[in-house]
Structures are given as structure tokens and as C-alpha cells.
Design a protein around this ligand. Structure first.
Ligand SMILES: [Zn+2]
Length: 376
């Protein structure tokens, strides 16, 4: 029997690979994981949405026509931030039961846990009733480009259930909101600051739009699990110097949408609400997801997790968006759970870490779910 690297070893190896996005450059990490998987006889295909922006889809084949169980996640990580780290962000050091490094929590530990699970199952050599598919995506942090690309080229095929391994401290989440991120630009005419009547002030226009947005009504009922749709203006820029009338101003809008909300209609609504003086450009547009907790597979997951965590599981949603926005529809909208070893509060933080024991627990969870689904 081949020696299989542990999930912890795989996590450490890939945390040491710099996949900061921007610029991304996931190719090295994708190839490392692809080689591990194909070395165990698992089918691997690579997909690039841009140069060196590599995603991969791996498939541990079963027999029969039951649709696959699909695991998904991303291998890009966010930049380091402005604060100094007290550890090497690409050192994968272990201290006091914590594995430190950028991407340890979000979400290379989750990726490593399902890759290790697949290697272990492949090594057993038995065929399950369904395939185990792994969608390992580039470019999630900047709007799920990698997973949307996989959907576009039809790389995934049908699945019966989806497990997204984003950080939840191994608590099962059954949904998350979507996001619509916009840049709005206003234009005017410059003139000397002592003669403002000869100009047209772009900042005044933008300021009027921003205050109007404070009262924007989504006109949609709150979601049973995820609550209300929200809006935030996070950036505002304009003007070049104190004594000129500004001819340009821009600001951004971060809208968190509900799973059933029509984002195209919403975008048109915002454009109409702000008026023609505002040029609205969409930067990120990803949907929310939700599977009702009554779904039989979700109930099955809850049962597994109740035994493992030794507590009753309540329906919860995640605050962030994930690759599920692309993967769930691409797989034919099967029930989808978000569960992973990372600590939600450590995502995108300075001195990011993942508890080592969570990684082992995630392996146990992914293995149990795959064995139950595939009858292994
Ligand atoms: Zn993430």
C-alpha cells in the first residue's frame, strides 16, 4: 500500500505555496494536488481561466448511475494585510496545536482534508456506487472566477450533493447570501475653486446618490435563515485638489443578496434609483445558496454531525459567499452544505491559523459523508 500524506502534511505543503490573489498564480498548488491525486489513480483535469490561474477537477470513479458527491473549495488566498505578522505567513509553523499561515483557515486545510480522504479511499481499491468529485478552484476571493469558469466549460457534471469546505469550525451551514458589488461613477466639469458657478461638481452628484442609498428599500421579505438583504457604501473618492471643482467622483456599493433575489432586476433597480448621472458598473455578481434543512441528505449530514459534535444541530447560514454560487447550479442544484475545519473568525486575519485537531475532524466528516453517499 502506498504511503498517503496526512491532511496536515498536505495543508502545510500548500500553505507554503504563495497563491495570494491578486495576482493569484494557483498553478503550482493545483499541479501539486493534481499529481497527488493522479498518482493514486484518480482522474484529474486542469482548467485555466487565465494564464497560471489553474483550477482542477478530480474524479474518484465509482460504478452505477448514482450522481456524484462533489467537494469544492478554493486554493487562492487573500493578501497579507497592512499589519505585521508575528509568524512567517508562508511558513506553516505549528504552535500550541495551531497551524499558522495565510490560507490555513481559508481554506487550504479544507482542501487538504478532502484530498487526503480521496487518496485514502482510492487506496482501498473498492468501487463505490457514485463518483467522488473534487472541484479545486482558483480565483474565489475576487468573485469566484475559477468556479464560474468550471461551470462555463461544463467541467463538473451532475452531482447529488455538494460539500463546500470553507471555514465553519466544522459546523454544518446550509446557506449563504450572495453579493453584488458595484462601482458608481459621476462626472462633472472642472473650474477654478473661486468660480464654482463655471463648473459642475461631480462630488455633489455622488454625495446626493450616496445619501439616497441610505434609504434604499429592497422591497423583499427577509429570508427565513439568512435574514435581510443589506447595502453598504464602503469607498468614496473624488477631486484632485482643494481649490478646483471636481469633474470626477466615484464610490462603491456592497450589496448582500438573498438566495431568491433577482440580481439583474436589482441592478436595474439601483441604476434607475440613482438616475442617469450615475454610471453603474458591476464588479462582482454571485448568487446566494440555501438548502432547506428538511432535505433528506441535509438531515443525514445533521445526524452524522450530531453524533460527532455531541450536540443537536440547528439550521445556520454562513456570512460570506462561496464557490457554491457557481458549483451548486453547475451540478444541477443538489443539496449543498458548507463545512470546513478553518476558524471563521480567523479568515483574512493577520496571523491566520487553523486548529490542527479540526483538520483531523474534517477528514473524519468528509470520509463519513463520502462512505455513506458512495456506499463504501
Ligand atoms: Zn474562502
Amino acid at each position: 500500500m502506498a504511503v498517503i500524506p496526512s491532511a496536515l502534511e498536505i495543508t502545510r505543503d500548500i500553505v507554503r505555496m504563495d497563491t495570494r490573489n491578486p495576482p493569484g498564480r494557483e498553478i503550482e498548488c493545483a499541479t501539486y494536488l493534481g499529481n497527488l491525486l493522479s498518482g493514486a489513480g484518480i482522474e484529474v483535469n486542469y482548467y485555466e481561466f487565465a494564464k497560471d490561474r489553474t483550477s482542477l477537477v478530480a474524479r474518484l470513479k465509482g460504478e452505477g448511475d448514482k450522481p456524484a458527491i462533489c467537494f469544492g473549495g478554493h486554493i487562492d488566498v487573500v493578501p497579507l494585510g497592512t499589519k505585521d505578522w508575528t509568524v512567517d505567513p508562508f511558513g506553516a509553523e505549528i504552535k500550541d496545536g495551531k497551524l499558522y499561515g495565510r490560507g490555513s483557515t481559508d481554506m487550504k486545510a479544507g482542501i487538504a482534508a478532502f484530498v487526503h480522504t480521496a487518496l485514502k479511499l482510492a487506496n482501498e481499491g473498492r468501487k463505490g456506487k457514485a463518483d467522488m468529485v473534487m472541484a479545486i478552484c482558483a480565483g474565489e476571493e475576487t468573485g469566484c472566477e475559477g468556479s464560474f469558469h468550471l461551470a462555463e466549460v461544463d467541467a463538473l457534471g451532475e452531482a447529488g450533493c455538494v460539500v463546500i469546505c470553507e471555514p465553519t469550525s466544522n459546523y454544518p451551514m446550509i446557506g449563504h447570501k450572495g453579493a453584488l458589488w458595484l462601482r458608481v461613477e459621476t462626472k462633472g466639469k472642472t473650474s477654478h475653486g473661486s468660480m464654482p458657478e463655471q463648473g459642475d461638481n461631480a462630488i455633489y452628484k455622488a454625495a446626493r446618490s450616496v445619501s439616497k442609498l441610505e434609504d434604499f428599500d429592497f422591497n423583499i421579505a427577509p429570508h427565513e435563515l439568512l435574514g435581510k438583504s443589506t447595502l453598504n457604501v464602503g469607498m468614496f473618492n473624488g477631486g484632485l485638489n482643494l481649490n478646483s471643482v471636481p469633474d470626477h467622483s466615484e464610490f462603491t456599493i456592497d450589496i448582500r443578496t438573498l438566495p431568491d433575489q433577482n440580481r439583474e432586476k436589482l441592478l436595474d433597480g439601483i441604476k434607475g434609483y440613482l438616475g442617469a448621472e450615475n454610471k453603474v458598473e458591476s464588479l462582482v455578481n454571485v448568487g446566494g445558496v440555501h438548502t432547506p434543512h428538511e432535505d433528506p441528505w441535509i438531515q443525514d449530514v445533521y445526524q452524522v454531525m450530531e453524533a460527532l459534535l455531541d450536540e443537536p444541530i440547528e439550521p445556520r447560514g454562513a456570512p460570506y459567499f462561496t464557490d457554491a454560487a457557481a458549483i451548486k447550479p453547475a451540478c444541477g442544484h443538489p443539496p449543498t452544505i458548507i463545512i470546513g475545519p478553518g476558524e471563521m473568525k480567523m479568515a483574512h486575519q493577520t496571523d491566520e491559523y487553523c486548529p490542527v485537531d479540526h483538520i483531523d475532524q474534517a477528514v473524519e466528516i468528509y470520509e463519513t459523508l463520502t462512505r455513506r453517499w458512495c456506499g463504501l
